[in-house]
Design a protein around this ligand. Structure first.
Ligand code: ADP
Ligand code: MG
Length: 327
């Protein structure tokens, strides 16, 4: 039987579903339900041992924080304030009670730090590996929600955060390469950009937004597909962290391809009306003391072009994989 891809499963599920008015379902970082002039924003993510994480790399504190923040990142990318959490756990017999107790303790602390309330969940035995499923609920005003579908021709494509750090960090762990702790921390302990997402949500010049979880190339493609537009991505403009080139040298991989394909950065990728970009970028820098990076423009073609110093960049996309695969 032919194997179904993640995208074809999602397309099948979304096909011909008719939703009530005021409800926005499959296709964004989170679903949106509008009621009485307020929006509930709901998302769910799964983390499965040896598919998404190797238990041995993480302290219980790091895994607890990461499990929470990958969900909060989707709420932030919609421009919403995270409020409530449901935690599903499948626990293997092999997991030590001490490890689990630490994990639960730090999960509660991570919720407190993020100002979210744990409202429920489910707990069961897992025959194989640790399984963490989180549902996060946020709130936003309908005028502040940012969908993936709002980008139009000539909008500037911006990235907040570096590209490729988390993937490089994961490969360094997988290949047991010493040092580069800052990159390893990006994969082990990401922080959702909640304040930044909220600030951007209040800017009417921001036309579309999503978080970077699958690599810039595929994340930008998702934004373009949802907006029914194309884009030019300037490879030389991609923000690479100072450590990335030397880490990629140690890994024998290309930093640019690591940035394009590497997932789990949990930055924010968004589009801004061209005429508003300079003012927005200056105001953002003033507010957060961090730069935004313009990495391309939206076009009315139906494809994503990669350019390096004004010449087309030859790139053959290979899907992001969590574990050690050559890039
Ligand atoms: P993200 O990377 O932000 O989690 P994706 O692009 O992977 O988002 O997901 C696209 C959309 O598909 C989301 O709206 C998500 O809720 C939906 N989706 C993914 N898997 C399923 C599923 N099994 N059933 C229903 N919707 C799903
Ligand atoms: Mg997302």
């Amino acid at each position: 039987m032919k194997k179904l891809s993640e995208q074809s499963i999602i397309r099948f599920l979304a096909h011909e579903i008719s939703l009530p008015q005021q409800v926005h379902g499959i296709g964004d970082d989170a679903a949106v339900i509008e009621r009485h002039g307020e929006c509930d924003v709901i998302t769910k993510d799964l983390l499965i041992e040896d598919q998404h994480f190797r238990l041995r790399y993480y302290t219980p504190q790091q895994l607890a924080k990461k499990a929470l923040h990958v969900n909060l990142s989707d709420i932030a990318a919609m421009g919403a304030t995270p409020r409530y959490i449901f935690l599903g756990l499948g626990i293997p017999q092999s997991l030590s009670p001490d490890w689990l107790t630490e994990f639960l303790h730090h999960f509660k602390i991570a919720c407190q730090h993020a100002n979210v309330y744990l409202l429920g969940g489910d707990t069961t035995h897992s025959p194989n590996g640790l399984f963490i499923s989180i549902t996060a609920i946020g709130q936003a005003s309908p005028t502040h929600i940012k969908y993936r579908s709002g980008a139009v021709r000539s909008d500037i494509i911006c990235l907040l955060g570096y590209a490729g750090d988390s993937h490089a960090g994961l490969l360094l762990l997988e290949r047991n390469i010493a040092d580069f702790d800052a990159l390893k921390a990006c994969t082990l302990s990401p922080s959702a950009l909640i304040a930044e997402g909220l600030w951007l949500s209040k800017q009417s010049s921001v036309t579309a937004m999503l978080d970077t979880s699958d690599g810039i190339y595929i994340d930008l493609k998702k934004l373009c597909d949802a907006s029914k537009v194309g884009a030019v991505l300037h490879i030389n403009a991609l923000p690479l962290s100072p450590l990335l080139p030397s880490a990629c040298e140690a890994l024998h991989i290309s930093p640019i391809e690591c940035a394009l394909i590497g997932g789990e950065d949990y930055g924010l990728l968004f589009t801004v009306k061209k005429e508003a970009y300079d003012a927005l970028s200056t105001a953002f820098q003033k507010e957060f003391n961090t730069p935004l990076t313009a990495i391309g423009e939206i076009t009315d073609s139906n494809h994503l072009e990669l350019m390096q110093h004004d010449a087309p960049y030859a790139f053959h996309y290979k899907p992001f994989s969590h574990f050690d695969e050559e890039i």
